[in-house]
Design a protein around this ligand. Structure first.
Ligand code: BT5
Length: 244
């Protein structure tokens, strides 16, 4: 079935802003690039495969055909807290087991393996939220160096997963939280996301800085107590340190 057929039955409330237009593609370089270039407020772009899917800092996001849900949401304006809302929306859409976790700042892990990455980009007053969710991959679909770190919903949970249902569910959760953000509820979204990150008091290492997390501050940055004082870390690749 082409991607067009698979996503045809998507049903979202008529009043929803997010998903008021859904562009379904078989292949594209990156759904984020497409959504940055065209669309209106709430346009969703989903592609069966991406030939140049990207992560943060120009990293590559593997987006094989038939294996995952690769999509972007275009939104008018700069929306503070958008990636927090996105992480909560994906977690709530998956919500099959207690071992679904948000890893600061914006990965979703199942059984400690990454099943979803989120990339927000901004240009000319437009925000684009890109979400990649691994749905069907078996471990050998990932390159060797990723096998211990990445997985898919199907592999971790078994059962049947539909990319269309998953998209519908993420968009429904996202609609609610983006509308909350637009009505000024940044603090409550940030608090829910920070609670879900569950880092207070944890020993961590982020890009060469090691210490104990005092808190996730109002902007979402980590305040880390280190031997040389408190350091603020806005983003980076964080690992929990089991024993110091
Ligand atoms: C992210 O970056 O995790 C954000 C990924 C966002 C992807 C979506 S898909 C739709 C939209 N269109 C795009 O072009 N992008 C967005 P980062 O935290 O930098 O993680 C990237 C790293 O994750 C890579 O360097 C790999 O180590 C690993 N990785 C790559 N592909 C992966 C995959 N499919 N599953 C798990 N890990 C992966």
């Amino acid at each position: 079935m082409s991607a067009l057929g698979e996503y045809a039955g998507l049903s979202l409330p008529r009043s929803a802003i997010i998903g008021n237009r859904i562009v379904v593609l078989d292949a594209i370089d990156s759904t984020n690039s497409f959504a940055l270039a065209t669309g209106g407020d709430g346009t969703v772009v989903v592609s069966d495969t991406q030939t140049a899917g990207r992560g943060r800092l120009g990293r590559t996001w593997l987006s094989l055909s038939g294996q995952g849900l690769w999509f972007s949401v275009r939104l008018e304006g700069l929306i503070k807290g958008l990636v927090f809302a996105a992480a909560l929306a994906v977690r709530d859409a998956i919500d099959r087991a207690p071992n679904v976790a948000i890893k600061w700042p914006n990965d979703i892990l199942v059984n400690k393996k990454k099943v979803c990455g989120i990339l927000a980009e901004h240009r000319d007053g437009i925000s684009v939220l890109g979400i990649g969710i691994n749905v069907h991959q078996q471990p050998d679909a990932f390159p060797r160096d990723l096998r211990s770190k990445a997985s898919s919903l199907q592999h971790e949970f078994g059962g049947t997963w539909s990319r269309a249902h998953l998209l519908e569910s993420v968009l429904t959760h996202l609609e609610r939280s983006v509308m909350l953000l637009r009505s000024g509820a940044y603090d409550s979204i940030r608090d829910s996301w920070a609670d879900a990150c569950d880092l207070q008091g944890q020993a961590v290492r982020v890009d060469g800085i090691s210490g104990r997390v005092i808190e996730i501050d109002a902007s979402g940055a980590l305040q880390i107590e280190t031997p040389s004082g408190v350091r603020t870390v806005v983003s980076g690749d964080m690992t929990r340190v089991e024993k110091e």
